[in-house]
Design a protein around this ligand. Sequence first.
Ligand SMILES: *Cc1c(COP(=O)(O)O)cnc(C)c1O
Length: 363
Amino acid sequence: MARAYNFSAGPAVLPLEVLQKAQQELVDYNGTGMSVMEMSHRGKDYDAIHQEAIAVFKELCGLGDEWSVVFVQGGASMQFAMIPMNFLGAGETADYVNSGTWGNKALKEAKKVAALRGAKVNVAADCQKCIPTRQPVEFCWTPGAKYAHICTNETISGAEMKSIPETEAPLIADMSSDILSCERDYSKFAMFYAGAQKNLGPSGMAVVAIRKDFAEKGPDTLPTMLQYRTYTNENSLFNTPPTWGIYIFGETMKWVKRMGKENLFRLNAEKAGKIYAAIDSSDFWTGTALPEFRSNMNVTWRIKGGDEALEEKFLAEAKLAGLSSLKGHRSVGGIRASIYNAFPMSGVDALVSFMKDFEKRNG
Ligand SMILES: *Cc1c(COP(=O)(O)O)cnc(C)c1O
């Protein structure tokens, strides 16, 4: 078996242990004689998987009984629409931070809903023009806003919010690419969510943590599947949930627990630190994000002067060396190493030594 060092931004590398367990259990889960994919979502075997996945995630995030954790299909992008549909009514205002591509996508969806309903969206901070270098540090919040929305890690630019802003309004965060990757006080939020395919499991759903009292605010007039209460009241079992994805999510959370959060967070900082050190050690490379906003999950950089032909050569040779998916997002170019929780240290070491070797031959 040859596993590539997979630097993909998402869907991304999963823990090998998790994949191997899934493989073992693929055709016969725990003596049931069937795959998790084949069993009823209302039976007791699946129920145990479902409950455990939620319980371990809540434990890892330090969430108490006042929180619900639900699974919603449509990825993080569906959340961009559901949030204003549930929480932004006529005559009301929501604050949005435009920190980059993802922050802006959330903002655009909110504006659509606001236009339909006669509500307002205030851009509390805008640094999209400085993309891909930073996250905002100054904010202009609206008094009485119904909620404030941020994106904690801009996956494309590689810029991470190193401290969570204080807001009076309930705070909602898109944490798709840095959830459970570093120490964070999740109790500050009214709601946070992540498309599963970066740090949590396979693609196809968002994991949404929402305070029960906040979920109550959605209007009854919403279509059932777009209403958070449908998910919180029915434990994500109103209709058939993405059972296989939830099973892998649960196994991934158990893996995080076995690794130990502190240990994992330390390793994440160490992995990113090694690549940033390699970038900073030579004039041949330039980091994209400003040092104080550098993401530990998505490391972005260029060859000095933005030499695209040489970057192409780097990517092609890296691929041959077993270092896969290092190409920067098509909107920004350059090089990006996504090194989520499951990405191994050995892959970072391989990348750093490949960078040194490439520079020696081309510098
Ligand atoms: C990947 C990503 C998304 C989009 O997720 P989908 O599940 O594809 O909708 C949204 N926000 C951030 C920060 C992301 O990294």
